[in-house]
Design a protein around this ligand. Structure first.
Ligand code: PLP
Length: 379
């Protein structure tokens, strides 16, 4: 239907083979492939990172909060510009979500100064999101969390492979949460990963992933256990072998795919920086970090043009999106949140996400940018 979709899978015969191998092995739920995926992902991130693969990025975030007993009476600071999962998981624990504004129209990541203002004696944790794949100001944020004894969770759903001062995103805070949803840089359909350098934390999260049970079905299958104990209340947030096998293949492709994304973004910027009606964030990023180029967002200087702009591109077969609508405006949250975050709200009203995926060609970028030029020429 789309001439250029917002996203396209970076799949080939390797993924096909990985899945058929799992089917031939006849073991579907978390087992050897899952353990291997966790191991390889941890080694990819570097340092002494421990990993727990889960059913989604949202499950990863939920487990991160639950593992530190965050709940009623607590406050958790999140970015004013993020996917609603960050907000939902906080609310589901019973804690109060507190929105902190983003830095500026040039850097859409959470502002350390805004975090500082929002800290109270009830604050227990901060969830930062490396928006679009651009690492947040982690030194400042880590320092703030340390001096206020706060759990620092990185929502690294956009940022597998992104680096901050040579550290991989997801390894800088206390807990990293990744998503392998189909349109992410590493795609398994559904899936996620919790990462932490503290082994006891990952041990606890692995228990919580599977009902708090001390053995898994695979252990009983292999005769390593005949029964199990339950040592804490858990959930079923397990990933399965098919997705883990896909994850292993996708992880091998990740660095190259991210590089391709970076080149496509550079081509976009070359075209679009001449258009005065369009603002591009992170045009002069700090030299100490490398993006994973998850999405390519632009800001339309005139907000009342967004629907026409998206319609004009749609008419030409180009898919666009919005990352993200303002959380204060969602029906459920409208009455209960009411926490204006001026810069994030402005971005929510004016931003558009353009297509970005490793298989895009220079011609695709040319075509999209020509349509954009054309759109503004006629206004
Ligand atoms: C995708 C995403 C999530 C949720 O991940 P799922 O795997 O879809 O549950 C959370 N936060 C951000 C920023 C995301 O982009």
């Amino acid at each position: 239907m789309w001439k250029i979709p917002l996203f396209d899978l970076n799949y080939d015969d390797q993924e096909l083979k990985a899945v058929s191998d799992v089917l031939k092995n006849k073991w579907l739920t978390a087992g050897e492939k899952t353990a291997a995926f966790e191991d390889k992902f941890g080694r990819y991130l570097g340092g002494s990172v421990h990993c727990c693969a889960v059913s989604s990025g949202t499950a990863a975030l939920h487990l991160a909060l639950l593992s530190r007993d965050i709940g009623p009476g607590d406050e958790v600071i999140i970015s004013g510009l993020t996917f609603v999962a960050d907000l939902n998981v906080v609310v589901l624990t019973g804690a109060r979500p507190v929105l902190a504004d983003i830095k500026s129209l040039d850097d859409w990541n959470i502002d350390p100064r805004a975090i500082k203002i929002k800290i109270t004696d009830k604050t227990k944790a901060v969830i930062v999101v490396h928006y679009a794949g651009w690492p947040c100001d982690m030194d400042e944020i880590r320092q703030l969390c340390k001096s206020n004894n706060l759990l620092l969770i990185e929502d690294a759903a956009h940022a597998p492979g992104a680096t901050y001062k040579d550290l991989k995103c997801g390894t800088i805070g206390d807990i990293g949460c990744f998503s392998f949803f189909s349109n992410k840089n590493l795609s398994t359909g559904e899936g996620g990963m919790v990462t932490a350098s503290a082994p006891e934390l990952i041990r606890k999260i692995k228990l919580m992933r599977s009902h708090g049970m001390t053995s898994m079905t695979i252990d009983r299958h292999h005769g390593r256990a005949i029964s199990y104990d339950v040592v804490l209340p858990g959930l079923n947030y397990r990933i399965d072998e098919i997705k883990s096998a896909l994850g292993i293949v996708q992880l091998k492709k990740l660095d190259q795919a991210n590089e391709k994304r970076g080149k496509i973004v550079a081509a976009y910027i070359k075209h679009l920086e001449k258009i005065k009606d369009v603002k591009i964030p992170w045009k002069n990023p700090a030299g100490d970090r490398i993006s994973s180029w998850h999405i390519f967002p632009i800001l339309l200087k005139k907000e009342n043009l967004r629907i026409q702009f998206m319609d004009a591109l749609k008419f030409k077969g180009i898919q666009t999106s919005i990352h993200y609508p303002a959380m204060n405006d969602f029906n459920y949250y409208k009455g209960i949140m009411n926490q204006p975050v001026d810069t994030a709200d402005e971005v929510s009203r004016k931003m558009v996400t353009l297509p970005l995926f490793p298989g895009m060609t220079g011609d695709d970028v040319d075509m999209i940018c020509n349509e954009i030029k054309h759109f503004f020429m006629n206004r």
